[in-house]
Design a protein around this ligand. Structure first.
Ligand code: NAP
Ligand code: ZN
Ligand code: ZN
Length: 353
């Protein structure tokens, strides 16, 4: 089926209209008309080929992995969805389903590599996968999520990446009552991290480079907000945290955050800057600190997170944009000027062709 989209055609040119063919739904596939797609900083990294060593970009590249829409057609063996239902798709559309990670529900760590929603080898077309900056998508029901029809769907879309990427490590490292938890960077991921850490009952401290985000940080759930450029304020928190989640998209001094950890505390990186971050050995050695990473979350945990959010009334704070403003949105992301996730209203795509 011919599908309208926006694509990056090279690392240095703006995203522009593009169209391609989606497959007709196979037996276990769900076809979804995309209503909203969140704009993740990963889309920008990938469109501009900033992760060339890990995953070089194949052009044209259609980004987008925070997808919410309406089911338009299902394959004959589909049991979870029917036409008219709301459905969501996150960062993965498939995996090997048999390796030790997949059988534990950790498809994101598939030893054969998951099929990411965009810029991954497409098992069906033989080309690469195309993501959510498009009018529709076809995904196996095993990788399709259920969303509540009561929520504001535009504000649900960012849960599919920003939400699960912060929910999963906060759960894994036990952020909860009695724990002091830091969130670094108040962007798309960071603002969901603040909301979840607060909802889980931890004492939450936000670290931001932007003094103008102090009030928002508190409104979103932080007990304390520290402007990280202020060394004296940083020093007050030295060696006091159980867990710090770093969601910064650019080069920054990781040692400043390692020194916030107490004995056996963990700093988990979810931000994926283009360049390596140097670590000073003694910041890890004394007092036995851990430096970890975490990637999105498995399908079952993503559904658990969506259900948790529906129950607690948690959504993302979003700024709705037409797809024609996507290049402007990328420029604003680079300036940290987003409150706190851009979401594309996909109805705008119909005016773009
Ligand atoms: P975003 O909305 O652009 O937020 C990033 C935030 O980082 C900014 O708002 C800013 O917060 C802070 N920041 C930016 N430049 C900085 C600098 N030079 N020094 C210090 N702080 C800086 O990005 P996002 O969509 O949340 O994504 C964040 C990162 O996570 C990206 O690298 C993305 O690729 C990665 N990511 C990883 C996963 C995963 O599975 N691990 C999943 C999704 C995204 P303040 O203004 O508060 O300082
Ligand atoms: Zn993402
Ligand atoms: Zn696997």
């Amino acid at each position: 089926m011919s599908t309208r989209a926006f694509a990056a055609h090279s690392a240095t040119t703006p995203l522009a209209p593009f169209s391609f063919a989606r497959r007709e739904p196979l037996a276990t596939d769900v076809q979804i008309e995309i209503l909203y797609c969140g704009v993740c900083h990963s889309d920008l990294h990938q469109a501009r080929n900033e992760w060339s060593e890990f995953a070089g970009t194949a052009y044209p590249c259609v980004p987008g992995h925070e997808i919410v829409g309406r089911v338009t057609k299902v394959g004959k063996d589909v049991t979870k969805f029917k036409a008219g239902d709301f459905a969501a798709v996150g960062c993965m559309v498939d995996s090997c389903r048999t390796c030790p990670s997949c059988t534990r529900g950790l498809e994101q760590y598939c030893t054969h590599f998951p099929t990411f929603t965009y810029n991954a080898p497409d098992k069906h077309s033989g080309g690469v996968t195309f993501g959510g900056y498009s009018e529709s998508i076809v995904v196996d029901e095993a990788f399709t999520l259920k969303v509540s029809d009561k929520a504001n769907l535009a504000a649900v879309a960012p849960l599919l990446c920003a939400g699960i990427t912060t929910y999963s490590p906060l759960r894994h490292w036990g952020a909860g009552p009695g724990k002091k938890v830091g969130i670094v960077g108040l962007g798309g991921l960071g603002h969901m991290g603040v909301k979840f850490a607060r909802a889980f009952g931890a004492h939450v401290v936000l670290f931001t480079t932007s003094p103008n985000k102090i009030e928002d940080g508190k409104r979103l759930g932080a007990h304390e907000v520290v402007v990280s450029k202020n060394a004296a304020d940083m020093a007050k928190h030295a060696s006091s945290f159980d867990f710090v989640l770093d969601a910064v998209s650019a080069e920054h001094d990781i040692n400043a955050y390692l020194s916030l950890l107490k004995l056996d505390g963990t700093l988990c990186l979810v931000g994926a800057p283009e360049k390596p971050l140097p670590v000073a050995a003694f910041n890890l050695l004394l007092p036995r600190r851990q430096f970890a990473g975490s990637g999105i979350g498995g399908i079952a945990e993503t559904q658990e997170m969506l259900d948790f959010c529906a129950e607690r009334g948690i959504t993302s704070d979003v700024e709705l944009i037409p797809i024609q403003k996507i290049n402007e949105a990328y420029d604003r992301l680079l300036k940290g000027d987003v409150k706190y996730r851009f979401v594309i209203d996909m109805a705008s795509l119909k005016q773009a062709a």
